[in-house]
Design a protein around this ligand. Structure first.
Ligand code: FAD
Length: 237
């Protein structure tokens, strides 16, 4: 497990990648290399004594930089800080942190459930699986409210090329007549999901979704030690 340290980095990319989310890339300055495991997060300094958790969504093979994706439309200290960042700005963080990571040995089937920016750590995990030439089946079920909230569509498309058995389904819960994606919530897939002994289940995003999916998986007879999760709880300060 990579241990957290204090890091100073410079913003090299910033863009809105959906109606609600901004992606930033940072290059590390001090130290210049920060190894991390796919699934970990950083605590970004967003004000005097204020830190906010953001998962790393870049390829863990590149330890000189990190990508983050943040919900940035709401009125929060972290959201406003990220909205106001400019290219060349220096940012400070403590990290990497967290124990949410791919479990080795890998199971034959990997199921990923995410909502919103909860997809972020999975993008890093898919890079890791591609690097390790994982041959098993990967299914991502990703929930968003509106079709314009979709994230990482190009990356997901590319993972279909770099991973032999990768597929994903996007569920839109609040737009009707959306022919591009499935209508409804990702919990819709649970009833049809086969109980697999050689499967691992990763859940990330809205804490209510995480708890609901976890409960349903346990009800199906899936064991607790097959399920790994991270709830994107809001900061309290
Ligand atoms: C381990 C971990 C990893 C995380 N990774 C990410 C990540 O990669 N990307 C990401 O966007 N978030 C991530 N989060 C969630 C993020 O840290 C919180 O949403 C945080 O509260 C945002 O801080 P803020 O200062 O913008 O809002 P706060 O000051 O904490 O909250 C201000 C107000 O905004 C509301 N609010 C907070 N967050 C949201 C939101 N996302 N959407 C709508 N309203 C909100 C709060 O309820 C409150 O009313 C992660 C959380 C954890 C625990």
């Amino acid at each position: 497990m990579k241990r957290p340290k204090r890091v100073e980095s410079v913003v090299t990319y910033k863009n809105w990648i959906s109606e609600k989310a901004i992606k930033i890339s940072i290059d590390h300055v001090r130290p210049q290399e920060v190894p991390f495991e796919a699934g970990q997060f950083i605590s970004l300094r967003v004000g005097e004594g204020k830190y906010r958790a953001y998962s790393i969504c870049s390829n863990p093979g590149d330890i000189r930089k990190m990508d983050l994706v943040a919900d940035a439309k709401h009125m929060g200290v972290g959201a406003s800080y990220i909205r106001n960042l400019k290219l060349g700005d220096i940012v400070n963080f403590i990290g990497p942190s967290g124990k949410f990571r791919l479990r080795i040995p890998f199971a034959e089937n990997l199921h990923f459930f995410s909502t919103g920016t909860g997809i972020a750590p999975f993008i890093a995990m898919f890079h890791e699986l591609a690097f390790r030439k994982y041959q098993g089946k990967i299914r991502l079920y990703h929930g968003i409210r509106h079709k314009n909230d979709a994230l990482f569509l190009t990356a997901l498309h590319n993972f279909r090329e770099s991973l032999p058995c990768f597929d994903y389904q996007i569920y839109v819960s609040q737009d009707e007549n959306c022919d591009k994606y499935n209508q409804g919530r990702i919990t819709n897939v649970l009833s049809a999901l086969e109980k697999g002994d050689n499967s691992h289940y990763y859940l990330c995003g809205n804490p209510n979704m995480v708890m609901e999916v976890k409960r349903s998986l346990l009800d199906k007879g899936i064991r607790e030690n097959q399920i790994f999760f991270e709830g994107f709880t809001y900061a309290v300060s």
